[in-house]
Write a protein that binds this ligand. Structure first.
Ligand code: ATP
Length: 320
């Protein structure tokens, strides 16, 4: 292993920069060369590749987004695209690649691995939808961003005695809604993994109001209801409480990463370089029980993500 390439792919996540920094600095520490592949697999196919040195990654640990930029590449998913990528890897004499991204990016990494390229995957996605790891890079920052929004909305919710619905990201995975909802003391949390009843939500809302509660926060994961505005109207009609909807959107994707995400990203980035130096390939790095570990990417991809049912029940109990 002489030269390592690093890329970020799919949706960006706060902490990706800290992971890139860790890969670059750890590699240089061990006298390896490092190149940055710009715009994910798209940039790999196009040979959009730059040498990285210690100062290429200076002043980025605290920045959201990804300095290597990211992209989604349909071409890479074709056999011709994969062939182009392999050719570029050979031309640039890259011996191993670190892919930072979500499960789509890991599928791409697995294809490279099957084609004989040593690849290590680092989970970077705010959704926390990768079952093999307790946490992915960016999730902690995203839930803190949502929590900040909940706190602000709670103030105005209390002043006006309104019910507030806050729509958060997590179309297929309710972790953002669940973790931020529990931390923010939401009255109801609606996630894609658990059926919900609008009557039950209204019953909880009315029950809270009857005991003098001035605010009511409902966290709604995107895509669970067809139309969030109609949903808010229905809640208002059924509960009699004036209701407002806030869709947080891409604000959840950005921002300076939390200490947790920076530490996670730094640890995972450094581990990725170690694995490549040990001759390992096709591995996904994760964290389980506060320990950084690795599994085959194939195995990581086959794990089925489930909602933390205990946490879901706890949030319900604590918001009675
Ligand atoms: P996020 O979870 O934030 O959406 P992601 O990594 O899952 O991130 P995707 O858009 O699903 O994001 O995947 C990123 C890129 O990975 C795709 O644009 C494509 O180039 C590559 N990719 C996805 N699936 C495959 C696949 N089955 N085979 C090869 N490459 C793939």
């Amino acid at each position: 292993m002489k030269k390592i390439g690093v890329l970020t792919s799919g949706g960006d996540a706060p902490g990706m920069n800290a992971a890139i920094r860790a890969v670059v600095r750890k590699a240089i520490y061990h006298n390896l060369q490092v190149v940055g592949i710009k715009r994910g697999y798209e940039g790999l196919i196009q040979g959009n590749i730059e040498d990285m040195n210690l100062s290429s990654v200076a002043d980025i640990i605290h920045k959201g987004g990804t300095m290597l930029r990211t992209a989604r590449s349909d071409e890479f998913m074709t056999d011709a695209g994969l062939e182009k990528a392999i050719n570029v890897i050979s031309v640039f004499k890259i011996d191993g690649i670190v892919v930072i991204g979500g499960d789509g990016s890991f599928k791409g990494a697995q294809r490279l691995n099957e084609a004989g390229i040593p690849v290590i995957g680092i989970p970077g996605t705010i959704d926390n939808d990768m079952a093999y790891t307790d946490y992915s890079i960016g999730f902690n920052t995203a839930i803190n961003t949502v929590l900040y929004a909940i706190s602000n909305i709670r103030d105005t919710s209390t002043s006006h005695g309104r019910a507030n619905i806050i729509e958060v990201m997590g179309r297929d995975c309710g972790d953002i809604a669940l973790y931020a909802g529990l931390a923010g003391g939401a009255e109801s949390i609606i996630v894609p993994e658990v059926d919900f009843s609008i009557d039950e939500i209204c019953r909880r809302l009315i029950q809270g109001r009857n005991r003098g509660k001035l605010h009511s926060i409902i966290i709604l994961a995107e895509g669970v209801v067809e139309n969030s505005y109609e949903f808010a109207k229905e809640i208002e009609k059924k509960s009699g409480a004036e209701t407002r909807l806030t869709i947080l959107g891409h604000i959840q994707r950005g921002g300076s990463p939390t200490a947790f995400d920076r530490i996670l990203a730094s640890s995972m980035g450094a581990r990725a370089v170690e694995l490549l130096m040990e001759g390992k390939k096709g591995k996904a790095i994760g964290i389980r029980g506060n320990q950084i570990y690795d599994v085959d990417i194939k195995e990581a991809l086959s794990c089925q993500k489930k909602i933390n049912q205990d946490m879901y029940e706890l949030a319900k109990i604590l918001s009675i």
